[in-house]
Write a protein that binds this ligand. Sequence first.
Ligand SMILES: [Zn+2]
Ligand SMILES: [Zn+2]
Length: 757
Amino acid sequence: MKRAEIEITGIVQGVGFRPFIFNLAKTHSVRGWVLNNEKGVLIDAESDDGNLDVFIHDIAGLAPPLSRIETLTVKHSNPLGYGTFQIRASQASEEKFALISPDVATCDQCLAELFSAENFRHRYPFINCTRCGPRFTIIKDVPYDRHKTTMAPFTMCAVCHAEYENPSDRRFHAQPNACASCGPSLRLVDRNGEGILGDPIDTALSLLREGQIVAVKGLGGFHLSCDAENDKAVSVLRSRKYREDKPFAVMCRDLEEVRRHCELDQAEQDLLLSNERPIVLLKRKKESTAASAVAPFQNNLGVMLPYSPLHHLLLDGPLKALVMTSGNKSDEPIAYKNGDALSRLSTIADCFLLHDREIHMRCDDSVARVYGGKPYMIRRSRGYVPFPIRLPFPVQDILACGGELKNTFCLTRDTYAFMSHHIGDLENLETLEAFGKGVEHFKNLFSIEPRLIAYDLHPEYLSTKYALSTPNIPKVGVQHHHAHIVSAMAENGVEEEVIGVAFDGTGFGPDGTIWGGEFLKADLRSFRRVAHMKEVSMPGSSRAIREPWRMAMVYLLEAFGDRAPALNIDFMKRVDLKKWGILRRMIERKVNSPLTSSMGRLFDAVASLCSIRDEVHYEGQAAIELEMIAVRDTEPSYPFLMDGTRDPLIIDPAPIIRGVVEDLANGIPAARISSRFHRTVADLVLKTCDRIRAHEKINRVVLSGGVFQNMFLLSLAFDGLSHSGFEVIVHHRVPANDGGISLGQAVIAHMGDDSCV
Ligand SMILES: [Zn+2]
Ligand SMILES: [Zn+2]
């Protein structure tokens, strides 16, 4: 006879772990008990020697699909002579820490029940079990028990309760367990909140078919939904939402429907079908019948599959593809409460498909694409959060506040980095409030009391102001691009020095200029700027970001000086020479014209020169559209200048601009110019890294920053570097854009930031 006390940490709550243990114990004649505590699962087991060993061995080997065992410790002690095996009530222990499962897409078994006329949950829109359903978005506190979720107000009926109490049932301790007679229900209301008669789903569907816009309450917030093939409906949605060009996501009934609109390889298919169910950016087929207003000027389409029972029901009717875009007006946070949605979305939606299961934490859909056969995250949120990124070493309790655009924050303890859900662009009070609430929620869930706060050096970021106004905690300012590089290092477990190539739109440099075309010699603690793009003016500051033609003008002046206005290209025909004169004086007198080394601005300039876009409606639009049109055939690259006499080394793109202008004047199509430009930037990365390697003897290159969401550039740079013997590190699980920098900030703050310029 042997007895073992077994402690398991990881995602082991709310995923059917205790019934699994219960059944395993029965199989191996093990007696004792199992319970949830605030760290995970605790088991006291006794049996004869052989059985107990197999039992312990099988825990890791046969664990339920959604669980993730982080640690499993076994302590042997004297048998107590248990008679049975029991599941005991949860125990609150001193140390309060357990991992929490993200929300999980409806499992196959629940789906089969949903559509089975014999099942008593037939067409019940809130069906779930221990293998699927809402988690993170309904959890108010830990440990994960029903009374600490937004399911608390619903009392289970006898049938649901029997399942909940039956250890051999799939719904044993499924905290959101419910049915039509005891659980949450749907309601369809008009924009004044007045109920609409009829079956909510059937009526919503017929309204959608008529071209109306329906606000649908989902797992992490509201979607604005309409028929994806109805041009008029999609255009109306666009104008009411004040969203001019930014693409909408489409939810397709199944893979077959996805294939009707997009090309799909195996890795993309796996990502679409994964439990996380992100929006996946796919290459759109020419024959796709999705309305052109879904994703104007794009050859990609953001597609996802249904992930809640309600979605499955909505797509079970005549409509096979629905626009499902976040329920907000332009840049506000997504609405997630019924009342809030009714007041904020009533000018957009014609009606509201509501339910009474509250969402405790809003959580936007995640967005990803596939690069190199693996997911390449663009927005890491629903389905992934709050699962932590594991660090290669333990760190202190730190709060990293992230950046401004696409903000996430990060809280660390031990070897866990808990990156938050997508907070959004921290440009208004609502988003700042969501940020503050999110921080408090994560601190409570994971029992983290930060001893250090990390923030971006940009003094005007609201995240920076939040950090600096937090009393009594030491603070560490972290340079934006250093944070990008370290975030990629951290997710890849890299600790040694690297050449960090950080290309993005805007990041505050310690010298007061705006950085964004940077080559850093970096480790987890510090960095040195070893090379960068030549600085140019941004006349009008943020207006130069919204109006790429301003950057085109700046680069023309750099490349041609006074001869620029006489150039025989379409761009000059569009330019208002009066404005040109004003901007030129602003630059000369250094009025509201900060200096920048941003690679994003160079992309903007080339896009405008190629007559692709003179003004943008969302971040990165010009660069995205420049990438879209590039032909993939081999084209020669343009020349550029490297001034190696300077430290840091300066890369001057003036010859690139002269090459682009010459091609334009010769009538070369923009698609070829774009291709040549992309190849040039990849070339410039390779040649600069080569030089740095010769001096610094570093062979490892990290590619990060929002510009590396450009797949054409990423693969050209990756291939070029790999071919020259570099080891190349790229992002996969953490976004290359500013949504990823909170992770880097936290790690740098932990190491003790003594960075220099
Ligand atoms: Zn299920
Ligand atoms: Zn029930």
